[in-house]
Design a protein around this ligand. Structure first.
Ligand code: NAD
Length: 469
């Protein structure tokens, strides 16, 4: 019997013998398997997390931060092994996986440690003392697209805050999470502080979201499942944090550096084969500059030739699964009916007989109401949408149910900032401003509830108490 459930500081066998295969999306070969999961596994993990809570919550925050820092150090030591695992289970090209998957995972932990240092744990207010206390036992349910980074973004902050955790990774890409648990074991966290239960969302995820002894659920994934988690958590009035889907817009104003705007938007859209929640998948362009911008975008996309993720020159690999490829191809076929294809399309890329590859695809003159301009595709598809006035550009940018991210391009910094302030999104890049792990990440509107990142991410896992003196 394989022992791949980590509970109470030890590897245990799952209560079920059913298993889920993990498939390498570039080779279509099986690279491992994990238990399909059982409610009893969740019960055992939650009980262990519950037992560990009191001691962990009362520890000096500096002690907790020291262990989280050691975990970051441990991951740094196994960076190559982790990179290979992500490449094998997600198909992210190795040169990208090294920084965007593993590098960000390590950064999450270090940024949580820095964030926790900024927390005022106790604050006198008049005749009272206001305390910040951990939220309790946290269930962390995570997706496959960044299988390490999505977990570390939660556990770094939760552990620094004094919570204990039960992690449920995606059954599509669970191997990196097993390596993370091995690193946790190596570091020597107290038993029960970190627990890992593998399996299907419908078995393990639902059991965790509904469990009466789980105080908070932190979920990253699709909107449909996010709503289900919210409903299940409502039964016991849990705190819920949700990081959901997106349809982010890159807003190009008429005085923008078009070449840079095209290069950065393409990089954002096609990173991880378009499987990022904050991908800029819409590009809003002044009508008179559309043709010129299309040419620049086409030139930038030409550097994204789908290929073997193990090849260090590859920038775009396969999609994660057969199901995901079919889902994306359906959107591309739909797009052909209502918009103009600029590059790419539904035919398989040349020279790749195996693997779930899709050609990087760009549509232009996309009517804003079309599904490819409204819905999250989660694949390498960019929709270019022309506009006639700056107000119209802002209305289009804000005209979906989502609000994770966006970008604004203008050579006039004040104009760019004024436009960025009008976007209903939680993160906006101004003229290519780079990612900052210390600032809030999350969603406006239906993209989510709560924030991850830095001190803001740690605060999410705290609750307030006041003592009247
Ligand atoms: P998903 O919603 O299918 O699955 C996410 C997790 O939920 C997995 O662990 C899954 O097993 C579990 N799950 C499935 N059904 C469940 C249920 N009924 N109850 C409880 N848990 C259940 O998402 P995915 O396909 O793994 O990931 C892609 C989605 O994640 C995209 O929509 C993407 O935008 C979103 N995402 C959001 C962010 C963000 O920060 N906002 C980041 C990455 C991904």
């Amino acid at each position: 019997m394989t022992h791949d459930t980590y509970v109470d500081g030890a590897w245990k066998a799952s209560h079920t013998r059913d298993r889920v295969d993990v498939i390498n999306p570039a080779t279509e070969e099986r690279v491992g398997s994990v238990p399909a999961g059982a409610a009893e596994d969740v019960d055992a993990a939650v009980a262990a997390a519950h037992r560990a809570l009191d001691d962990w919550a009362r520890r000096d925050p500096a002690d907790r931060a020291r262990l989280v820092t050691r975990l970051a150090d441990e991951l740094e030591r196994s960076q190559d092994e982790l990179t290979d695992l992500v490449v094998a289970e997600v198909g992210t090209p190795r040169r990208v996986a090294r920084w965007a998957q593993v590098g960000f995972g390590i950064l999450d932990l270090r940024s949580a440690v820095d964030g926790a240092r900024q927390i005022t744990w106790e604050q006198p207010v008049g005749n009272s003392l206001v305390l910040r206390e951990p939220a309790g036992v946290v269930g962390c349910i995570t997706p496959w697209n960044y299988p390490l980074h999505q977990i570390t973004a939660k556990i770094g902050a939760a552990l620094c805050a004094g919570c204990t955790v039960v992690v449920k990774p995606s059954e599509v890409a669970p191997l990196t999470a097993l390596a993370l648990a091995r690193a946790v074991h190596e570091v020597g966290f107290p038993p029960g502080v970190f627990n890992l239960v593998n399996g299907y969302g419908t078995r393990v995820g639902e059991a965790l979201a509904a469990h009466p002894d789980v105080d908070m659920v932190s979920f990253t994934g699709s909107n449909a499942v996010g709503r289900r988690v919210l409903a299940l958590a409502s039964g016991t009035v849990k705190k819920v944090a949700l990081e959901l889907g997106g349809k982010s817009a890159s807003v190009v104003l008429d005085d923008a550096d078009l070449e840079r705007a095209a290069a950065f938007t393409v990089r954002s859209c096609f990173l991880n084969a378009g499987q990022s929640c904050n991908s800029q998948t819409r590009m809003l362009v002044p009508r008179g500059l559309l043709r010129e911008t299309e040419a620049l975008v086409t030139r930038a996309v030409a550097a994204y030739v789908p290929g073997d993720p193990l090849d260090e020159s590859t920038r775009i690999g396969p999609l994660v699964s057969h199901v995901q490829r079919e889902h994306v191809l359906e959107y591309i076929r739909q797009g052909m009916g209502g918009a103009r294809l600029v590059t790419g399309g539904p035919q398989p890329p040349a020279g790749l007989p195996r693997g779930y590859y899709v050609k990087p695809t760009v549509f232009s003159d996309v009517p804003p109401g079309l599904p490819i301009a409204q819905e999250e595709i989660f694949g390498p598809v960019l929709s270019m949408i022309p506009y006639d006035s700056q107000d119209e550009a802002v209305a289009l940018a804000n005209g979906t149910v989502y609000g994770i991210a966006g970008a604004v391009w203008s050579e006039d910094r004040d104009r760019a900032l004024a436009t960025a302030r009008r976007l209903a999104a939680a993160q906006v890049e101004v003229n290519g401003g780079r990612f900052n792990p210390a600032v809030p990440f999350g969603g406006y509107k239906q993209s989510g509830l709560g924030r991850e990142g830095g001190v803001y991410g740690v605060e999410e896992f705290l609750q307030l108490k006041s003592l009247q003196l």
